[in-house]
Design a protein around this ligand. Sequence first.
Ligand SMILES: Nc1ncnc2c1ncn2[C@@H]1O[C@H](COP(=O)(O)OP(=O)(O)OP(=O)(O)O)[C@@H](O)[C@H]1O
Ligand SMILES: Nc1nc2c(ncn2[C@@H]2O[C@H](COP(=O)(O)O)[C@@H](O)[C@H]2O)c(=O)[nH]1
Length: 201
Amino acid sequence: MRGGCQLPIYLGIYEALSEGKLIVVTGPSGVGKGTLLKKLLERYADRFHFSISATTRSPRTGEEDGREYFFWSRAEFEQQRDAGGFLEWAEYAGNLYGTPIAPIHRAIAMGQIVLLEIELEGARQVATSFPNAQRIFIAPPSMQVLESRLRDRSTDSDEQIRKRLHHAALEVAAANEFDLTIVNDDLEIALQQLEKAMFHD
Ligand SMILES: Nc1ncnc2c1ncn2[C@@H]1O[C@H](COP(=O)(O)OP(=O)(O)OP(=O)(O)O)[C@@H](O)[C@H]1O
Ligand SMILES: Nc1nc2c(ncn2[C@@H]2O[C@H](COP(=O)(O)O)[C@@H](O)[C@H]2O)c(=O)[nH]1
């Protein structure tokens, strides 16, 4: 896993964000980040800007370009990355993922709360370059439950699941780097904890 950002290019956005709110949600693949954030956005769509990431991984069944992700070739991704087009980026389980910076500029100009759902390396980059961001870690009740959720989701090959579980162990071990950990056992309880953190903390 590797990643990076070119700090001087981003100084403007960090100054702008210091007046708003940037929330980073991280946790192992399959823990339920997307499920939680989808429900949150259904309830409070007008209060958030949910960042749509770019990735080089192939779309899963039902995923659409520009909705779940921007699905780019590696060449397109690297061109954007080298042009300073990402707030953060990382390589994860064999694919590149990054947060396009331009839509975030627009959301900030509109006064929205910006929400990123990203893996650990990207979250660390944002923590370094934007220390005021609120960082929330979503943890599984156990590694066994996490593996069951990944398998039952039926979106990834055995090889991908193996890589994701490997990353998961590293990510769970880093949970104490975050401002808050929420265990996603009962979905409704986790959702309430997330709402409380985002609106009241
Ligand atoms: N609290 C929960 N209890 C039981 N199942 C859950 C819960 N939360 C999520 N799930 C299920 O777990 C699976 C993984 O959830 P989801 O895709 O939201 O994870 P994710 O963290 O967004 O993964 P990725 O990082 O790979 O996108 C889904 O099938 C989802 O329905
Ligand atoms: N550093 C970043 N990580 C990201 C971004 N968008 C998504 N992700 C994370 O990647 C893994 C795998 O996602 P999947 O959709 O292939 O299951 C997961 O942890 C996501 O949160 C990003 O822009 N930057």
